[in-house]
Design a protein around this ligand. Sequence first.
Ligand SMILES: Cc1cc2nc3c(=O)[nH]c(=O)nc-3n(C[C@H](O)[C@H](O)[C@H](O)COP(=O)(O)OP(=O)(O)OC[C@H]3O[C@@H](n4cnc5c(N)ncnc54)[C@H](O)[C@@H]3O)c2cc1C
Length: 389
Amino acid sequence: MTKPVIIAGAGPAGLALAIGLAQTGLRILLVERQEEDMLSDPAFDGREIALTHSSIAALKRLGAWEKIAPGNIHPLAEARVLNGKSPLALSFDAGRRSTAQLGSLVSNCDIRRALFASAIEHSGIELIAGVSVEEVSTSDHAAQVSLSNGAEHVGSLLVAADSRFSTIRGKLGISARMNRLGKSMLVGRVELERHHDNAATEWFDNGQTLALLPLGERQASAVVTLPDGDAERLAAMDPGALGDELTRRFARKFGQMRMLTPMHNYPLTTSYSHRFITKRAALAGDAAVGMHPVTAHGFNLGIAGTERLARLVAAGCRLHGDPGHPVTLRRYEAGHRAATWPLYAATNAIVGLYTDDRAPGRLARGLGLRAARLAPARKAVSKLLMQGA
Ligand SMILES: Cc1cc2nc3c(=O)[nH]c(=O)nc-3n(C[C@H](O)[C@H](O)[C@H](O)COP(=O)(O)OP(=O)(O)OC[C@H]3O[C@@H](n4cnc5c(N)ncnc54)[C@H](O)[C@@H]3O)c2cc1C
């Protein structure tokens, strides 16, 4: 019997890859440190993921999309970008495409729940939950892992999908560019007095970045990015005071806001691994590329990468009879780098420009916003928002 592919981490990327590989007939060993009940019914974590049409198509192929309750899928018709007190708003929509929306918003916990439900339907996936991968070693012929329960397993390929803070990446000898931003993103659900028109609003204000993501009738996800200490203070406020504080910060654009959930606090770190592969091992999802959430592409790039890897591994099995063949891994690395690096660099440039509150920075982003209002630029951004890389 051929050795299994070992995947460390059953987050969205690890689950998507496990299903994609199992669909090609491979055996998978999926190791996750969280307990199984947390995987089958993950708690709400504040994240609402803006899914591109490509990601929705991928979730359909993985058998996960139909497992998400239709009432938990929220249309995203338009995205608006505001700059400080400027009355200029940059608007992106689906244009004349057959589909009337840019994409859909779905909670991260609903995506994880659906992917997990699909994964456990595959007899080729063996899940080891409540156990972490502790040590790894790879050679020309095999990848070996030691688990926290003392077990050892040997595979034909090891994929680390263990988050942007991946420890396995380091144990494989791969370093990463880590960028701790000193800012945190607070996310939570609010009820609004005024309707949001199914439009996402991103507002680069002085000293803070705000976003409002439309969910249901008068509900939305409020996203507030602040220096770490300020974010901690806001997260600790009682719900009534926090609702008033958000109403004030959003300048009553949506009327009075009322908290529906606590705000979850994410200190922001971006990461880009210097390599995505080594002998009989590859990095997937955030372990390869940890995007800044502002352009909403982390999950979208991650799932595109896992589809790429599953496709190449299947082709490698047909050609070489080996899931971890070096040619397969090199092709994955080249393809994933080409798909991610331009977006990663562009996102960081946007973050730098739009969070620079000094006068030249403010002027540059005002000019940038005017240039981006030109039709070709708007069309290009809309396409990116809908399809991803
Ligand atoms: C506030 C916020 C908003 C976001 N919005 C969007 C958006 O709109 N659109 C978008 O595309 N992306 C968005 N993202 C990004 C998206 O959430 C991530 O890209 C995605 O969750 C990464 O999935 P992953 O599986 O790679 O990693 P993770 O979700 O971090 O999962 C890693 C898994 O590995 C497990 N693990 C770790 N170490 C080990 C080990 N040693 N052994 C076994 N298991 C281990 C962990 O328990 C975890 O389950 C957002 C992120 C944030 C923070």
